[in-house]
Design a protein around this ligand. Structure first.
Ligand SMILES: [Zn+2]
Ligand SMILES: [Zn+2]
Length: 273
């Protein structure tokens, strides 16, 4: 079952780096589909002992929500894909980073290499990144293009392709034994089964009704085993009423602003990266 964090949580880390004192959680900032503004843009923060490690996606309002929770810019951001409900906040993040001299060029921005030209066209190419001149958009960040995954804080994060609009343009992220965040996707059961270990929380795109880009509850029930569904936390839905309908089917559904306990990541496997 999926547990919302209430007070202390336990973790089961066995590595020397991330030991039993570490409490891990996924803070889901927003859970809405692109049109469900009131639920917040879908995105989440991986937290260790209440400290933010990685922000996933930066849609409209995400940075403001993040700053209310954490009070400072994120140390690192992973972008799943370039739909505006996931990247529209990047311009605002650029301004915030650029005009904070201590943070300028230090906010790590992880994205699959395929997304770099897309975001160049969609966000970064706007003339005069700042009106005063002297600023290049990407210079606001520490851009880290990737393919299979990335290292952050001595942890290896796996990155995998999802099924969302054009092939090769949308990606999920996972930390072994801890969590999977699918990003926007149709069902990808063979990927999730391979990447989600026994204790892994699987945050999965799901609305009440599917479409050519997103998962619906019928798809979820057809494509995934009951065991995998029991570890899922659904997000990217259309309304509170949809969330209730999903819960009535016995599924766990993320609430905007909800924090969910995670097991500690497994020790990094030899040869990772
Ligand atoms: Zn979306
Ligand atoms: Zn999308």
């Amino acid at each position: 079952m999926i547990d919302a964090v209430a007070g202390a949580t336990t973790s089961e880390g066995k590595s020397g780096v991330h030991d039993r004192r570490d409490a891990w959680s996924l803070h889901v900032l927003g859970t809405g589909a692109a049109s469900a503004i009131d639920l917040g843009s879908s995105g989440a923060v991986l937290e260790r002992d209440g400290e933010p490690l990685l922000l996933i996606d930066c849609g409209p309002g995400t940075l403001e929500h993040y700053l209310r929770a954490h009070g400072a810019l994120p140390p690192a951001v992973f972008i799943t894909h370039a739909h505006m409900d996931h990247v529209a906040g990047l311009e605002r993040l650029f301004y915030a980073a650029w005009f904070d001299v201590a943070r300028r060029g230090r906010v790590k921005l992880f994205m699959h290499a395929n997304l770099v030209p897309v975001l160049q066209a969609r966000v970064a190419d706007y003339p005069n990144a700042v009106a005063e001149g002297g600023a290049n958009f990407w210079e606001g960040f520490h851009l880290i293009p990737l393919s299979r995954g990335f290292w952050l804080d001595d942890l290896w994060f796996d990155v995998f392709a999802t099924r969302h609009h054009a092939p090769g343009t949308s990606f999920g992220v996972a930390l072994a034994g801890c969590f999977v965040w699918t990003g926007d996707t149709r069902p990808i059961p063979e990927v999730v089964a391979a990447i989600a270990g026994e204790h892994t929380l699987i945050a999965h795109d799901c609305a009440l009704h599917g479409n050519p880009s997103h998962t619906g509850v019928d798809d979820l029930e057809r494509e995934y085993s009951p065991e995998l569904r029991s570890r899922m936390l659904l997000y990217h839905y259309g309304s509170d009423a949809e969330a209730d309908a999903l819960r009535a089917r016995g599924l766990a559904v993320a609430e905007p602003g909800g924090r969910y306990a995670l097991h500690a990541p497994l020790p990094v496997r030899p040869g990772a990266g």
